[in-house]
Design a protein around this ligand. Structure first.
Ligand code: PBG
Length: 325
């Protein structure tokens, strides 16, 4: 009375397992987030994100050339300015840290996909993602500054701008300002479903953008909400988003799956700083097999429906994904 169906038949060797593998991942699908600050020859370690650095423009360009050679060709850029102010002026200044870096990367790697993170929180002295009115962010007053930032990033040579502020109506406002300035070819990758998550903790050290008071729960989504993500993506698509981001990734795979099914545009999942730190900390303790777990997280995010993955492991993991690896 042995069973007729034996799923193990297709698991007998590495070769046959690869033949029937449903989910595949190649370096072209990875986006590598990086942090740039003013100065020269800097490569400052980020304590909460072991193995990652804040770069100055020169060292960043050298690092990204190496990434490019390893097969990682898409980068998400975060700028850390020298000076902050209440309205985040350096975000949209022509010579702002991010714009200077975009120009340098564009010159060194003409075909790279440069995605400019578009948010004011790294540039405001209060650390919120827009201008403050009373104790909260003024949505509509922020839109014009986001549009100006997008134009400055486009002028510098960004391929895509990625608004991560979660203001209502920002995709439409950014699209209008880009078009008016002649940048009809620059696309918008919107953080459409971005949750108010504790998993951003280590990033706040890396990008120096912790809010000085309160938190981001009046603009980022409530982790308890699933259907609301579909409303957010519908609005962003209506306003002209070219691709969408779900963030964080691993604790939100149901959202990744829903968004992939609901939208006919590329969907990226952002494996955020806390997801990175969790794995690194457990690996440092010898509690998990680091490489195996990293690959398993990336595979799972793809399996759930992410077309692209934004991951701090892009540089390291790209060579692991070779078919002969
Ligand atoms: C803010 C921004 C954040 C991240 C990316 N853009 C943090 C926040 O919303 O507080 C988090 C990324 C990560 O944790 O890796 N514009």
């Amino acid at each position: 009375m042995f069973p007729k169906e034996r799923p193990r038949r297709l698991r007998q060797t590495e070769t046959i397992r690869r033949l029937v593998q449903e989910t595949r991942l190649v370096p072209d699908q990875l986006i590598y987030p990086v942090f740039v600050k003013p100065g020269h020859s800097r490569q400052d370690p980020i304590a909460s994100m072991p193995g990652l650095f804040q770069w100055s423009c020169d060292t960043l360009v050298a690092h990204l050339r190496q990434a490019y050679d390893r097969g990682v060709r898409s980068f998400l850029l975060f700028g850390i300015p020298e000076k902050k102010d209440p309205v985040g002026s350096e975000a949209y200044a022509r010579d702002g840290v991010s714009q200077v870096a975009i120009r340098a990367i564009r010159e060194a790697l003409p075909d790279a996909v440069i995605i400019a993170d578009l948010c004011l929180c790294e540039y405001t002295d209060h650390g919120h993602c827009g201008v403050i009115n009373g104790r909260d962010v003024d949505n509509d007053a922020t839109l014009d500054l986001l549009g100006q930032t997008a134009v400055a990033q486009a002028q510098a040579g960004a391929t895509l701008v990625a608004p991560s502020d979660m203001m209502d109506g920002r995709v439409g406002a950014i699209r209008a300002q880009l078009d008016a300035a002649g940048f009809t070819h620059v696309g918008i990758m919107s953080y459409a479903a971005k949750y108010a998550s504790g998993f951003y903790g280590p990033f706040r050290e890396a990008a120096e953008n912790a809010p000085a008071f309160g938190d981001r729960r009046t603009y980022q989504m409530d982790p308890a909400n699933r259907r609301e993500a579909l409303k957010e993506i519908a609005l962003d698509l209506e306003e002209g988003a070219d691709c969408l981001i779900v963030k964080p990734a691993l604790p939100y795979l149901d959202i990744v799956s829903d968004v992939h099914r609901a939208a006919v545009v590329p969907v990226a999942a952002y494996q955020v700083s806390g997801e990175f730190a969790l794995v690194e900390a457990a690996a440092q303790n010898g509690w998990i097999d680091r490489r195996r777990v990293i690959l398993e997280t990336l595979t799972s995010i793809r399996r759930a429906g992410a077309d692209l993955i934004i991951t701090y492991w892009a540089y390291e993991a790209a060579p692991w994904l070779s078919p002969l690896g």
